[in-house]
Design a protein around this ligand. Structure first.
Ligand code: CU
Length: 166
């Protein structure tokens, strides 16, 4: 079958672009820990506020130095409003909402997930630099959406984190 030269150039060009995209997805998946956030764990939105875990959001530091952060995303805040986590340790975020879809984006990090009613959003990341980070809701959630933010403080010294995170 005869394929015109220009046609062939376009076909090879399109194929090359697809290959580049697939490689970039693969590279970012493994080098930058881009992962799907959901672990397909469900939760009744009506029970989030009184839930044994999500009803008392906060930070738990484990014996190995890693941390688990339980967050309630509500109209229009993240609870706890200020989150303290250790630097250089795996930090697992577990987030649920009692109302509607929110975003949970930790600016200037790879922490960025959707919070969907009925599901527990979970992801794990490591913060290599101590400092203060802004957490924003990046899914429009209503009239107070622009006020929906929180603060993440990555502590150089984990012993500074003492149960005052509520
Ligand atoms: Cu929101």
């Amino acid at each position: 079958m005869h394929v015109d030269l220009y046609e062939r150039i376009w076909m090879w060009g399109a194929t090359a672009i697809i290959v580049v995209f697939l490689i970039s997805i693969g590279v970012t998946t493994f080098s930058q820990a881009f992962v799907p956030p959901s672990h397909i764990e469900t939760i009744d939105p009506d029970e989030v506020r009184s839930h044994s875990e999500f009803g008392e959001p906060g930070v738990t530091i484990h014996a190995d130095g890693s941390a688990t952060v339980v967050v309630q995303a509500i109209m229009y805040a993240f609870l706890p409003r200020e989150i303290h986590v250790p630097r250089g340790q795996p930090v697992t975020f577990r987030i649920a909402t009692p109302d509607l879809i929110h975003g949970f984006q930790i600016a200037q990090t790879n922490g960025n997930a959707m919070v969907v009613p009925g599901y527990v959003t979970q992801f794990t990341t490591v913060f290599e630099e101590a400092g203060e980070y802004l957490i924003v809701c990046n899914e429009y959630c209503g009239i107070g959406h622009h006020n929906m933010f929180g603060t993440l403080i990555v502590e150089e010294n984990p012993s500074a984190i003492t149960g005052a995170e509520r």
